[in-house]
Design a protein around this ligand. Structure first.
Ligand code: ADP
Ligand code: MG
Length: 235
């Protein structure tokens, strides 16, 4: 795809098999903190999935990433593990949220929130959910509590931003999960408006099961020199 940097793909697959039991291709090679490794271990993950192997190191290098892999390939941990490593612990000052995760549905947001609680249980980070359908008042007070991470659906998030005149200057890491569905569900306007409010210095990562052309256009506009990681076939 024009406009994307790419990383080596299937040509490394042969060597990978041999390495599977080897620490070199595992979570231990990724330079993760003890806290993260412990949570990964507790969750029972022995080796990273293909998309995890390919995206986590790039995201840790602060690159913008567009990652495409089928449902069930382990994409949530791809963006959560680097999130913990970047944010590390609760900021002492009331500096504002530092990470934003946007998902197309309430259900997915809740699932991601729980995943984050589990995989991030040894990190002292405060995460809030901002979902359409919940009371705005409770979301106002949750945000006043200075969370480190906001997991939200796009419509309600933008609404809250406008109502509270919420400053997003401290946001350094933005995730669009299930990006294809975000656009299918008609959130493109809210997403573009949200992007406009985010600092240019942010890192942005996009995860998707498919890569329709609207998403490619969005990635080119909303991400900075993104690396495309594409696993069309199971590896
Ligand atoms: P996707 O977002 O690609 O659909 P998920 O992040 O929801 O996939 O993960 C699918 C399932 O795989 C979840 O139950 C998750 O806990 C599990 N999983 C993720 N990574 C690993 C791993 N490295 N080893 C074992 N199971 C994993
Ligand atoms: Mg997913």
């Amino acid at each position: 795809l024009v406009g994307f940097s790419s990383i080596p793909g299937n040509d490394e697959a042969k060597g990978e098999k041999k390495d599977k039991k080897n620490k070199k291709s595992g979570f231990l090679s990724m330079g993760l903190s003890e806290k993260t490794l412990k949570a990964i271990h507790k969750r029972g993950y022995k080796i990273p999935t293909a998309i995890q192997r390919k995206t986590i190191p790039i995201i840790m290098e602060n690159r913008d990433v567009v990652a495409m892999a089928k449902t069930g390939s382990g994409k949530t941990a791809c963006f959560l593990i680097p999130l913990f490593e970047k944010l590390k612990q609760r900021s002492s000052k009331s500096a504002g949220a530092r990470a934003l995760v946007l998902t197309p549905t309430r259900e997915l947001a809740i699932q991601t929130f729980k995943f984050m609680k589990d995989l991030g249980k040894f990190h002292d980070l405060k995460t809030v959910l901002v979902l359409g359908g919940d009371s705005m008042d409770s979301q106002f007070s949750a945000i006043h509590d200075n969370p480190d991470v906001i997991v939200a659906t796009p419509g309600r998030f933008l609404h809250i931003c406008m109502e509270m005149d919420l400053k997003l200057h401290a946001i350094e890491y933005v995730v669009f999960d299930e990006s294809d569905r975000l656009f299918e569900m008609g959130f493109s306007q809210q997403i573009n408006e949200t992007i406009r409010r985010l600092p240019d210095s942010r890192q942005t990562v996009m995860f998707s099961a498919t890569l329709p052309s609207c998403l490619v256009d969005f990635a080119k506009a909303g991400l900075t020199d993104p690396v495309l990681v594409r696993l069309d076939v199971d590896t």
